[in-house]
Structures are given as structure tokens and as C-alpha cells.
Design a protein around this ligand. Structure first.
Ligand code: HEC
Length: 136
């Protein structure tokens, strides 16, 4: 049993890294964030958590947050509040497909930021929230 646990341990240590294409995308966001604010150093999980969990007046006027569809616990399945469709968990630790395909990540971030914030997310906000999701 001990041996099995030791074998699993490194996985949790490396959880939080991105695959190569996604890392390149993150690096691009970092350059953008630095351009917008020269004091920018790196994205931040705590800021990302606030972006993900805080409520806003969404585009239909109701209070809505990222957790409305994705749940507060990102390891659980979510449910689309408008269509009732089940959404697979966002946490990479339980769903290895998330945060792996740039095209999907860009599309959903654009769409989902619009749902919640009624605008696109800045590079800083996108990076922060991707760090947060990736830490789950
Ligand atoms: C109205 C419902 C809804 C809200 C609110 C919502 N999402 Fe989503 N989100 C979805 C759906 C549906 C998908 C696609 C899931 C799939 O492809 O299985 C998705 C996918 C994503 C993905 C892509 C995961 C991947 O790698 O494919 C990210 C990242 C994401 N959402 C982040 C956010 C963030 C950040 C917010 C808040 C700003 C948010 N979502 C709010 C419904 C929502």
C-alpha cells in the first residue's frame, strides 16, 4: 500500500502544469498582461478563484458566476443553467481532457466570460482563472 501511495505522489506534485501547446498559449497571455501592466509578474490562483466564484449581473440580468454552471467543487459534474445539459468536471485532476486544446479553451473562455461578465476577459483575468482551474 505504501509503495502504491509513493507511486501516486509525484502526479499530485506535477498537477498544475500545462501541456506544451497550452503552456505556449499561457506564455502569450503573460506577454499581453505584461504589455497592459509592466509590473505584472505571473498569474495568480487566488485572483483566479475570485474571478471564478464571484457573482455578477450576467447578460440576462440575473446573478451568475462561473460556478453557476461549473459548481464550486470543480471535481464534480456541472449543469448548464440555461439548457440543463450536464457538463463534465473542469478539474484536470478528474478530467484529463480539460485545458488541453487551445481552440476549445479560447472559445469557452470568450463565451463564458460574456455570460458572466458581459465582456471578454482580459489576458490577466484569463491567465488567473486558467491557473485556478488547473490547480484543481
Ligand atoms: C452558462 C453556463 C456556463 C457558465 C456560467 C460558465 N461556463 Fe465554462 N463552460 C460551459 C460549457 C457548456 C462548457 C463546455 C464543456 C464541454 O465541452 O464539455 C464550458 C467550458 C469551459 C472551459 C473549457 C474547458 C476545456 O478545456 O475544454 C473553460 C476554461 C471554462 N468553461 C471556464 C469558465 C469560466 C472561467 C467561467 C466564468 C467566467 C465559466 N466557464 C462559466 C458552461 C458555462
Amino acid at each position: 500500500m505504501k509503495i502504491i501511495m509513493l507511486a501516486i505522489l509525484p502526479l499530485s506534485i506535477f498537477a498544475g502544469s500545462f501541456n506544451a501547446p497550452m503552456q505556449a498559449y499561457i506564455d502569450g497571455l503573460k506577454m499581453e498582461a505584461k504589455k497592459a501592466d509592466s509590473s505584472f509578474v505571473d498569474f495568480d490562483i487566488v485572483r483566479g478563484e475570485k474571478i471564478f466564484t464571484s457573482s455578477h449581473g450576467g447578460k440576462r440580468g440575473e446573478k451568475i458566476s462561473c460556478t453557476s454552471c461549473h459548481m464550486v467543487n470543480l471535481r464534480l459534474k456541472g449543469k448548464h443553467i440555461y439548457t440543463n445539459k450536464i457538463i463534465e468536471p473542469l478539474a484536470p485532476s478528474v478530467n484529463s481532457a480539460t485545458l488541453t486544446v487551445i481552440k476549445d479553451v479560447k472559445k469557452w473562455l470568450r463565451r463564458n466570460f460574456n455570460d458572466v461578465y458581459v465582456r471578454e476577459g482580459t489576458a490577466l483575468e484569463q491567465g488567473d482563472v486558467l491557473y485556478y482551474i488547473n490547480s484543481k
